[in-house]
Design a protein around this ligand. Structure first.
Ligand SMILES: *Cc1c(COP(=O)(O)O)cnc(C)c1O
Length: 368
C-alpha cells in the first residue's frame, strides 16, 4: 500500500466484500439483505460502497434522507432504496427518483397518499415502520386498524414491507426486552396481513440483531455497522475487517523544553525534553476536542503517540518522544490495526459516531 501523503480516509472494498459474505453466512439463503448506506455509508463513501454492494448482489439499500437517495440514483444505483426518515417537503423528489419511503405516522401516511395521487401513482412501494419499544419513529400497534381503513379502496400505494427496529440488540442483558419487541412485531405483522388482506414482507434485525437473534431474521435484515467492519463486541469484531482507515502524516516536528506549553490555551505543559509532531487534521475533520489532552493515542510507525493539548480545527499535536520518525511519515488514526471502537471509547463514544463524523473535506481513497 502506498504511504499517505496527506490526510486520507482509505476505503478497503475487499474488506467490505469480506464483511458482506460473513454477515450473509449467518442468514438463510432466501433472506434478503438490505445494506444501510446512510450518512455517506457511515462516513466512508456512499456511492462507491453502494456500487460495490450492488455488484455483490445486495437486495436493498437504505438511507436516512431523500437527498442521500438522490445521490445514490445519480451514481447508478438501480436497486430499491428505502428512505428511513423522509420529510414531506421531499416527497415529490422521492417519487421522481423512485425512492421508497418509510411511512411511520398517520400524518406521513396522509401526506404521502396525497403526493402519490398527485403524481398519478398506482401501487407505489412503501414500507410501514412500527414502534415496538425504541419509541423513536413508528406507528403503534393500535394504528393498524386506521391504516387498513385509510387504504381501503385506494391503490396509489402498496405496502411492500413492514418493519421495526430493536432498541438493544447488542446488549444481552436486555434479552427479555428484545424478545418482547420480537413478539410485538410478530403480533403486528399478523394483524397487518389480516387487515390488509395481503402479506407485506417483514424485517427487524440490524447488525447485532443478525448476530444475536438470527431466529428473527424474517424476510430481510438491515445491516450497517457490520458491513463497515465493526460488530459491537470483540468476538464479532474479530471476524470482521474495518473498511475505513484514517491516515495522515507528520507536518512538522518540534523539540520542546521543560515547562513549555503546546497548543491553544496552553493546555499541555511539558514535564521534560519532549518531541512533538503536528498533524494536518482536527475537530473540523471529525476528531473532536474530547480526544485531546492525552486521552487518546494514534499510531506512528507502530508505536502509540498520545494527542496532547487541545485539538485545533485543522491540526492536532502528538507526543513522539522516543518514537523513531520524521516529517512526512505516515500516522494512523484508526483502521485495522487501531480499531475505531477503541479510539471512540477513549472519548466515551461508539464506532458509529467517530466513523460518521469524518468530514467530507478529507479525501477518500479506494483500495481493493
Ligand atoms: C441505522 C439503522 C440500521 C443499521 O444498524 P446497524 O447497527 O448499523 O447495523 C438498521 N435499521 C434502521 C432502522 C436504522 O436506522
Amino acid at each position: 500500500m502506498p504511504k499517505a501523503q496527506e490526510t486520507i480516509l482509505e476505503i478497503n472494498l475487499g474488506a467490505l466484500e469480506h464483511n458482506y459474505h460473513y454477515l450473509r453466512s449467518k442468514l438463510k439463503p432466501n433472506t434478503k439483505f438490505l445494506a444501510v448506506v446512510k450518512a455517506f455509508a457511515y462516513g466512508s463513501d456512499a456511492e462507491n460502497i453502494a456500487l460495490k454492494l450492488q455488484e455483490l448482489g445486495v437486495d436493498y439499500f437504505a438511507v436516512a434522507y431523500v437527498r442521500e437517495g438522490v445521490a445514490l440514483r445519480d451514481a447508478g444505483i438501480t436497486k430499491p432504496i428505502l428512505v428511513l426518515h423522509p420529510q414531506t417537503i421531499n416527497f415529490d423528489t422521492l417519487i421522481e427518483r423512485y425512492l421508497e419511503p418509510s411511512i411511520y405516522s398517520p400524518k406521513i401516511l396522509n401526506e404521502f397518499l396525497a403526493t402519490a395521487k398527485k403524481h398519478g401513482q398506482k401501487n407505489y412501494p412503501v414500507h410501514l415502520k412500527f414502534n415496538t419499544g425504541l419509541n423513536r419513529l413508528g406507528f403503534w400497534e393500535n394504528d393498524v386498524e386506521f391504516i387498513a381503513e385509510k387504504l381501503n379502496g385506494r391503490n396509489e400505494i402498496k405496502i411492500t414491507s413492514i418493519f421495526s427496529h430493536l432498541a438493544a440488540s447488542e446488549d444481552l442483558n436486555e434479552k427479555n426486552f428484545t424478545q418482547k419487541q420480537i413478539e410485538t412485531f410478530e403480533k403486528i405483522a399478523q394483524e397487518v396481513d389480516k387487515k390488509l388482506g395481503y402479506a407485506p414482507f417483514r424485517h427487524l434485525l440490524n447488525t447485532s440483531g443478525i448476530i444475536n437473534y438470527t431466529n428473527a431474521q424474517y424476510d430481510m435484515v438491515r445491516s450497517g455497522i457490520g458491513l463497515y467492519g465493526y460488530g459491537n463486541e470483540a468476538k464479532v469484531d474479530a471476524e470482521l475487517r474495518p473498511v475505513a482507515s484514517l491516515k495522515t502524516i507528520i507536518s512538522q516536528i518540534h523539540k520542546i523544553e521543560p515547562g513549555e506549553t503546546v497548543g491553544y490555551n496552553r493546555a499541555y505543559t511539558s514535564k521534560g525534553y519532549h518531541v512533538t509532531a503536528t498533524l494536518p487534521l482536527g475537530h473540523a475533520d471529525g476528531i473532536g476536542r474530547q480526544y485531546g489532552n492525552e486521552k487518546t493515542h494514534v499510531s506512528v510507525n507502530g508505536k502509540e503517540a498520545p494527542i496532547i493539548g487541545n485539538v485545533c480545527m485543522d491540526m492536532i499535536m502528538i507526543d513522539i518522544t522516543n518514537i523513531d520518525c520524521e516529517e512526512g511519515d505516515e500516522v494512523l488514526i484508526f483502521g485495522p490495526e487501531l480499531s475505531a471502537t477503541k479510539f471512540a471509547e477513549t472519548a466515551d463514544t461508539i464506532s458509529y459516531e467517530i466513523l460518521t463524523g469524518i468530514s467530507q473535506r478529507i479525501k477518500r481513497t479506494l483500495i481493493e
